[in-house]
Ligand binder design. Structure first.
Ligand code: HEC
Ligand code: HEC
Length: 329
């Protein structure tokens, strides 16, 4: 689909990009964007010149780095034909192309990497490198310890809105579903060499500083909408449904194809923390804390699929003030 929005985004993206393609890197040109992808490069820059920060693509990198994956199991020669190696690769494919690899679990057509960008390897974009060894961990929403499988299952049910698809309650994913186990294998592979139980420095950086939080009732969705029309509409569309840019789709940010109202991104401050550091994708990190919160208040004022099990959430811990789709208790 080559709508005018696409061409507009396309021309923004095809600004000259410093290309330092080295031997052994695998080069993919997406449509007519000058974008290089699919590399596994050590050092401080990716193949197309995007900065690295430790093992992650730096938070300052723009959308030209969207197709880069610093570490991909598809190119890891230490992985063989064993069952585990196969599952690591399958988990990676599910993570980066959920609607294609696990269509029953992604009724909205969003991939895990829409939010955990660059296959979970982008700084300040909820990165997942080195987090496998931190589970089990206490989960406040559920009031109990969560295994990595529990956590992945929750992102399926809520962020991917699996509950809004065609599956009956008995068919919904659990920590022992094959897709969840495959993604666990990929995330465990992504944590090889990381210290078990040690929080990496890049974890938890998607939060807005406590001192900068605007009380929920002081946020104004109309202000958020004005910023949206100025800074987001080119890629996410006037109806929030998103424009296809090569094989990437931005959003949908609301409506039936979006995350459901029990997801982390349905919390205003959580969503603000995602937007603040990753968007707009051609100029990430330059949004004010307040603008990010106004935007999140606008996006999370919109209709989205209903998570059918919200009643069971926050039974042990207090309902957070930014969980705006929950009935106040
Ligand atoms: C709509 C955005 C979105 C999508 C899509 C999404 N997630 Fe998440 N994910 C989040 C948010 C937000 C959090 C953090 C919530 C919090 O704790 O504040 C999170 C947290 C996680 C965590 C825990 C990270 C940590 O450091 O503790 C894992 C693991 C995870 N997601 C895996 C997945 C997988 C696997 C998929 C695809 C099946 C997926 N996510 C899809 C938004 C998303
Ligand atoms: C240049 C295009 C572009 C602009 C402008 C842009 N985005 Fe995005 N956005 C994307 C793409 C592409 C993705 C998916 C990332 C991926 O798959 O790698 C995305 C993902 C997101 C996500 C994660 C969940 C999802 O729906 O995919 C949120 C939230 C988001 N954008 C919000 C915003 C907001 C708010 C703005 C305005 C401040 C904005 N974006 C501006 C391209 C853009």
């Amino acid at each position: 689909m080559l709508g005018s929005q696409y061409h507009h985004v396309n021309s923004m993206l095809s600004r000259p990009v410093p290309l330092t393609v080295r031997a052994g890197a695998c080069l993919v040109v997406v449509a007519h964007l000058a974008v290089v992808a699919c590399s596994r490069m050590p050092g401080r820059r990716t193949t197309n010149g995007a900065k690295m920060n430790g093992p992650l693509i730096a938070a300052s990198a723009t959308m030209v780095a969207a197709w880069e994956v610093p570490k991909t199991p598809l190119a890891d020669t230490s992985l063989d034909t064993s069952r585990l190696s196969e599952e690591v690769r399958r988990g990676f494919r599910i993570f980066t192309n959920t609607p294609h690899e696990a269509p029953r679990l992604a009724p909205g057509g969003m991939s895990c990497s829409n939010c955990h960008m660059n296959a979970g390897q982008r700084e300040k974009s909820l990165p997942l490198v080195g987090v496998a060894g931190l589970f089990p961990e206490y989960n406040r929403r559920s009031g109990r310890l969560f295994s990595l499988g529990d956590r992945i299952t929750d992102c399926f049910l809520r962020s991917e809105n699996t509950t809004g698809g065609t599956l009956s309650p008995a068919e919904l994913p659990t920590p022992t579903s094959s897709e969840v186990l495959a993604v666990s294998a990929y995330l465990a592979w992504l944590s090889r060499g990381s210290e078990v139980g040690k929080n990496p420095w890049w974890r938890g950086q998607n939060a807005i500083a406590a001192a900068m939080l605007v009380p929920i009732d002081k946020l104004d969705p109309r202000k958020g909408e004005a910023i949206y029309l100025d800074r987001c509409v080119t890629c996410h569309g006037p109806d929030g449904q998103g424009v296809a840019i090569g094989d990437k789709t931005a959003g949908p940010l609301w409506g039936p194809g979006s995350w459901n109202d029990g997801a982390g991104a349905a919390r205003v401050y959580t969503l603000a923390g995602m937007i603040r550091y990753s968007m707009p994708y051609l100029d990430p990190g330059n949004m004010t804390d307040e603008d990010a919160q106004q935007l999140a208040a606008f996006i999370d004022s919109k209709p989205r699929p209903v998570f059918p099990f919200k009643e069971g959430d926050y039974r042990t811990e207090k309902l957070p003030p930014d969980a705006v789709y929950y009935a106040q208790r």
